[in-house]
Design a protein around this ligand. Structure first.
Ligand SMILES: C[S@@+](CC[C@H](N)C(=O)[O-])C[C@H]1O[C@@H](n2cnc3c(N)ncnc32)[C@H](O)[C@@H]1O
Length: 412
């Protein structure tokens, strides 16, 4: 079998003799689209498909355990954990990621969402939109702009889960290519925001007119998709936090499993590529990009990963496992002809013995290349990944050896 290899690091696995019996085919046989519809409430770049954390949560935790993702992005890991009766905790330094994660781990009752939506609809009054930036005005009809401004002012994200949930729905519907009353903008990709000048020229060239939708109708249409079941019983947490400060919100609690994916390596600018959604959140794209750790050169990146692993070790149970999904990054970053870098192997080669965790191995997760967001539009221009690598670590190899992982995976 060429694909799906699990490389065991000679220096580590020979001594440790740890066999977690992980078989990537078990999650790869599920579709990349597998999972509860709430996962797709809003697109987010470099998110992993729910089938991956689902497999690891089933195999390595039991109901009631804490599952943590300190780079939670759109909240895939904590959401899956909550659906499976675990306590899903997510944090991220990107406030947009926190809105999306919170919407999934604190899914409100549908009745409360509808009640609040009716209140907002009742208090809506047309207003002038002349002062709005041209970059936003060119995307939407006048009525949609007025309604978006009303929602921006009316929704209070610190108030509770209902307002946050409505904001997550709006963010997901702000732009997309569908012809149905599903996306509010002129047709454009929903995965990322193209540059304002590119959009402007595209609109002129194709003589595009903003669609005449109603924000409240689009929200109702989208709501129907997510409430296919009652909200799952287990509630989780979403925190705005740098990885370096996760002990603050974890307090004395420890996670049984950390399943996460740090920023890759100069691959994605979450600010620049989300300028439309960030307008809705009153955030400056450049400011966000200055804060996030997604533009380091290799030595700084490895230093960042080293401190991230050490922070994770502080909040992991002694018999807990930590999995970090990292991409294979190509394009002038490594040695050899194709200059690609296997980040997983590189992390282990460089950091073994220097972090407060033991490396167990690295798993190659090949996926259908067409499903990778960064492939779809070439954001990374040669930096897109062919497969992900999953770095496997434990806090204490002796405790891990004693455990018997025989959980059956339930693909709901
Ligand atoms: C690869 S994405 C995670 C995607 C996630 N697994 C999902 O399924 O949506 C990496 C995340 O790291 C976040 N990030 C970057 N620097 C950070 C930092 N210093 N502390 C916490 N999060 C950070 C980014 O905002 C981004 O959401």
């Amino acid at each position: 079998m060429i694909y799906n290899q699990i490389y065991e690091l000679e220096s580590v696995s020979r001594n440790q003799d740890i066999d977690l019996n992980i078989n990537p085919e078990e999650w790869q046989k599920q579709s990349v689209k597998w999972g509860h519809p709430i996962h797709s409430i809003c697109s987010y770049m470099a998110s992993f498909p729910p089938r991956v954390p689902h497999y690891f949560i089933s195999r390595f935790t039991k109901p009631g355990d804490i599952v943590l993702d300190p780079f939670s992005g759109r909240g895939t890991t904590p959401a899956e954990a909550c659906m499976m009766g675990r306590v899903g905790i997510g944090s991220d330094l990107n406030p947009m990621a926190v809105v999306l994660t919170k919407a999934k781990v604190k899914m409100p009752l549908l009745n409360s969402v509808i009640r609040r939506l009716k209140d907002l609809e009742k208090t809506f009054e047309p207003r002038s939109v002349r002062e709005l930036p041209w970059q936003i005005k060119m995307l939407y009809s006048k009525k949609v702009l007025q309604q978006l401004c009303h929602m921006k002012e009316g929704l209070n994200l610190t108030r509770g889960s209902v307002d946050n949930f409505l904001m997550a729905i709006i963010l997901g519907g702000m732009h997309g290519a569908s012809s149905k009353a599903n996306y509010l903008s002129i047709p454009m990709p929903n995965t990322f925001s193209m540059s304002p000048n590119y959009v402007k020229n595209y609109i002129i060239k194709h003589k595009l007119k903003p669609p005449q939708y109603d924000v409240f109708d689009v929200i109702k249409y989208r709501l129907n998709r997510y409430y296919i079941t009652d909200p799952y019983a287990m509630k989780g947490e979403a925190h705005l936090s740098d990885i370096r400060h996760i002990t603050k919100y974890m307090k004395r609690r420890k996670a049984s499993l950390i399943f996460s994916s740090p920023p890759y390596l100069k691959v994605i600018r979450y600010g620049k590529l989300n300028w439309i959604r960030l307008w809705m959140l009153n955030m400056e794209p450049q400011e966000l990009d200055n804060q996030l750790d997604d533009k380091h050169t290799m030595p700084k990146y490895l230093k960042f990963i080293k401190s991230s692993i050490n922070e994770c070790s502080k909040v992991l149970e002694d018999d807990g496992l930590c999995f970090l999904v990292v991409g294979q990054v190509s394009g002038n970053r490594g040695p050899g002809k194709d200059k690609s870098v296997n980040l997983g192997n590189m992390i282990i080669d460089d950091l073994e013995g220097q972090v407060n965790m033991d490396f167990i191995g690295v798993i190659d997760d090949f996926y259908n290349k067409d499903s990778k967001v960064s492939r779809i539009w070439g954001v990374t221009k040669g930096n897109a990944t062919k497969y992900d690598q999953i770095v496997v670590m434990c806090k204490d190899k002796h405790s891990i050896k004693k455990k018997n992982y025989t959980m059956k995976i339930d693909w709901y």
